[in-house]
Design a protein around this ligand. Structure first.
Ligand code: UGA
Length: 453
């Protein structure tokens, strides 16, 4: 919405939310999320044509286009538990629009939703029998966190799906005209509603599939002394394969990939397409395997026990340049190590402690009540040197650039010996670390002690 406000000074954009606290933060100098470039963009337009408000009904009433961007997390109960999306918030938003609207509205699905959700919204809106004309569009978002502002400024494409009758096409054109203020027309793709809803899930499934594919090969590289980065480079130069999203890692995280694939799996199963469902579910299974494999390797390498050992996790965000911890691989690794009774110390330049503990609560069901020792065994350090002091190993969970330039001689001197590094992102200079005295293990790389022919 900030980007629309920036490029469309003639359009008044108001972001509404139920949470008074959140809106207060959006109206302050301390925004509730960290995203490079967002502060500057908001500062430039807030109070001019971008507003944040708790007055939901008033703003529904006054608007012509309503973007619904509520969260749709994976269901944790009932039918479709663990796979389907929870559409409670979306339905509530639609009901509220139906109740309040008095003039024609274009309702845009911005949240990632299962295919055919637009039909649900239509039924809810029509059931109000208010006589108001509603048009429903699907306009999924393709930005990635950490590069959101760049992605929005020059998107690879904007996708708009809508009804194919005259009124639907007119609504599509209205939204096309908004984006055309800064996006070249050739990059604005229009489709029917269902293609647009499905494309969002499929785009994420294909991206995640590439990561699981290269991660599966990383396991084979560790057995054969091949180097996964060399393999990725060699295959990525083929333009039919391409070089992006081939970085082997400790496993993908984030609020989208797993959720969207499970949603796709659920959709396929509901149409009795079990082979198709199994195919996509294996992408998530491979990701689970990669996380498990990494933490098992840590324990095995450290003489089959980490009980009572201090372990420094460098990074907790699901990727660099964000403080977002949702579905981060780091939480699964930490969980496994805590179950082995290690003492885990997390250092991340952007993650807030409250978000870290929330991730344990929501994704892993771990709370101070279910795990009384949690606060003692799992702590955080703002200073990386303090985190590593006395630790038996450092495990890199997030590819933050600042980890590359730390003084590893100083870190080595302060650690228990042998001092191990497990590089879950392949970002550190492994040769240099070995020269300092570290025993280094990386994803899909020959182990130091078993290297050579
Ligand atoms: C992803 C998609 O890239 C966006 O296009 C999409 O709009 C977004 O989901 C969404 O549906 O909202 P995001 O989750 O923000 O974006 O971040 P990605 O850059 O895709 O990274 C996802 C995970 O994959 C991270 O944990 C990252 O570290 C990991 N990854 C990525 C790898 O392990 N290897 C790679 O080569 C690339």
């Amino acid at each position: 919405m900030a980007m629309i406000a920036k490029h469309c000074p003639h359009i008044k954009v108001t972001v509404v939310d139920l949470s008074v606290r959140r809106i207060k933060q959006w109206n302050s100098d301390d925004l509730p999320i960290f995203e490079p470039g967002l502060d500057e963009c908001i500062q430039a337009v807030r109070g001019k044509n971008l507003f944040f408000s708790n007055e939901i009904d008033k703003n529904i009433d006054e608007s012509d286009i309503i973007f619904v961007a509520v969260n749709t997390p994976t269901k944790v109960y009932g039918m479709g538990k663990g796979f389907a999306s929870n559409l409670t918030n979306l339905e509530k938003a639609a009901r509220n629009i139906a109740k309040v609207a008095k003039t024609p509205k274009i309702v845009v699905e911005k949240s990632t939703v299962p295919v055919k959700t637009a039909a649900t919204i239509r039924r809810v809106l029509d059931a109000a029998n208010s006589g108001v004309q509603f048009q429903i569009l699907s306009n999924p978002e393709f930005l990635a966190e950490g590069t959101a502002m760049k992605d929005l400024e020059a998107p690879s494409r904007v996708l708009i799906g809508g009804g194919q009758d005259a009124a639907g096409l007119k609504a599509i054109q209205t939204l096309v005209d908004v984006y055309a203020n800064w996006v070249p027309r050739a990059r604005i793709i229009t489709t029917n509603l269902w293609s647009s809803e499905l494309s969002k899930l499929v785009a994420n499934a294909f991206l995640a599939q590439r990561i699981s594919s290269i991660n599966s090969i990383s396991a084979l590289c560790e057995k054969t002394n091949a180097d996964v980065d060399e393999v990725a480079n060699a295959i990525g130069t083929d333009p039919r394969i391409g070089s992006k999203f081939l970085r082997a890692s400790v496993g993908f995280g984030g609020s989208c990939f797993q959720k969207d694939i499970l949603n796709l799996v659920y959709l396929c199963r509901s149409y009795n397409l079990h082979e198709v469902a199994d195919y996509w579910e294996s992408v998530v299974k491979m990701n689970d395997y990669q996380k498990k494999r990494f933490s098992l390797r840590m324990v095995r390498t450290m003489f089959n026990t980490v009980t009572g050992k201090r372990i420094a996790l460098f990074g907790f965000a699901f990727k660099k340049n964000t403080g977002d911890t949702r579905e981060t691989a780091a939480a699964y690794i930490a969980d496994h190590l805590l179950k082995e009774r290690a003492n885990v110390v997390v250092h991340d330049p952007k993650v807030l402690d409250e978000d870290m503990y929330l991730e344990f609560k929501y994704t892993l069901g771990m709370t101070p009540e279910s795990f009384p020792d949690m606060k003692r065994c799992l702590s955080s350090e703002r200073d990386p040197y303090a985190a590593a002091k006395g630790a038996h190993c450092i495990a890199v969970m997030t590819e933050w650039d600042c980890f590359k330039t730390l003084d590893y001689e100083k870190i080595f001197a302060s650690m228990a010996k042998p001092a191990f590094v497990f590089d879950g992102r392949n970002i550190l200079d492994h040769e240099k670390l070995r020269k300092i005295g570290f025993e280094v293990y990386a994803i899909g790389k020959p182990a130091a002690i078993s290297g050579g022919c």
